[in-house]
Design a protein around this ligand. Structure first.
Ligand SMILES: Cc1cc2nc3c(=O)[nH]c(=O)nc-3n(C[C@H](O)[C@H](O)[C@H](O)COP(=O)(O)O)c2cc1C
Length: 190
């Protein structure tokens, strides 16, 4: 089975997107996938700055995270929507990991040939759906195949029960279908 990395583009302790990514990871594990969950809080990165890169190279956290991305066949990314786009934390992380730092490194080695599923959860009505449009485009541009199914969950503060499962059956079905599609596609492209 494919190795899938789960992450949320929010470092907030009570992040809804973290909770969604963790739930997706549990679903994938139950389906037999090899999973890793990373909290971006453990990989703090400065805002990308070309001078910083020239002077110091890639930050250690970026090297570690890039290695983790390379070691996986696919990603599940849950990102908050900020003013109709995905979070700046995610953009900054993607930017740092896109930089080659080893001799003869294949460009975009953390991304090319990988598969992703994208998701968002928000207290608002649209569930972060608008941010997924630009995230899907960006990932496609750096060589990631993004599966057609995706998840956007509105009224996020009321979405989970005490077991950290989604209360609404339709939303739970949407998440399961998206995770299943990610696993199937990652297995096929492996
Ligand atoms: C700067 C900023 C902009 C936001 N813009 C949107 C938005 O466009 N759409 C939306 O649904 N929620 C928006 N929100 C609310 C977030 O969806 C909400 O804070 C959410 O809980 C963040 O995700 P997290 O819980 O994973 O940290 C915004 C929040 C912030 C701080």
């Amino acid at each position: 089975m494919a190795k899938i990395l789960f992450l949320a583009a929010s470092v907030r302790k009570q992040s809804l997107n973290k909770r969604l990514a963790k739930l997706a990871a549990n679903i994938a594990e139950e389906a037999g996938a090899e999973i890793t969950f990373v909290d971006l809080n453990d990989y703090e990165l400065p805002l990308y700055n070309g001078d910083l890169e020239v002077e110091h190279g890639l930050p250690e956290a970026a090297k570690q995270l890039k290695k983790i991305f390379i070691a996986h066949d696919g990603f599940f990314i849950a990102s908050p929507e900020y003013n109709s786009s995905f979070s700046p934390l995610l953009k900054n992380t993607i930017d740092w990991l896109s930089r080659a730092h080893e001799e003869n490194e294949v460009p975009l080695s953390a991304y090319k040939g990988k598969v992703a599923a994208i998701a968002a959860i928000s207290p608002g009505a649209l569930g972060g759906l608008r941010g997924l449009v630009s995230l899907r485009m960006l990932l496609g541009n750096i060589g990631v195949t993004v599966v057609p199914s995706q998840v956007a969950i509105g009224s996020g503060f009321k979405a989970f029960n005490s077991e950290e499962e989604l209360i609404d059956e339709k939303q739970a079905g949407m998440l399961k279908a998206t995770v299943d599609e990610l696993l199937r596609t990652a297995d096929r492209l492996k």
